[in-house]
Ligand binder design. Sequence first.
Ligand code: FMN
Length: 147
Amino acid sequence: MSKIFLGYTSMSGRNEKIAGNLKSYLEEKGAEVDLEQLVDADAFRLPEYDAVITVTYTYNDGDIPDEAQDFFEDLQDVDLAKTKFAVLGSSSKSHIHFGRAVDYFTMEMNSSNGDQVADSVKINEDPDDDDYARIHQLADYVLKSLD
Ligand SMILES: Cc1cc2nc3c(=O)[nH]c(=O)nc-3n(C[C@H](O)[C@H](O)[C@H](O)COP(=O)(O)O)c2cc1C
């Protein structure tokens, strides 16, 4: 059975809800999923997983959320050793640098020798049905990469 790390950070609940939805979707398809908040997660353990999915909002003029900074900095010292990964997140088009934390995580996980298996997905505020279709498509790409 494939083991997937699903790490998220969420201030007002949107990304927590997305991560919960993704967990159910992946488990229905037979994956084993460890769901953790990034503030509690150990980036050095990521290579133990078959795949890593990161779900993040964006804060303060395009920044990574404060509580995810330690995880992000540790990622720079981790060799992901071609671990499959995907990144997504809800942020808001009403701010500048829409979803830029998604871009930062995508770049860093590529730099840390991860294997990106789906285009990153940015969601504007609350996900609608089309957004959930994109979220599930990302999950399908992750699962397909593990076949
Ligand atoms: C103070 C503040 C700053 C924000 N800055 C940005 C930003 O720079 N870029 C962006 O795309 N969204 C920004 N957002 C929007 C959040 O990323 C968005 O509301 C997101 O859906 C929150 O996710 P959550 O419910 O999981 O916490 C900001 C929100 C707040 C409250």
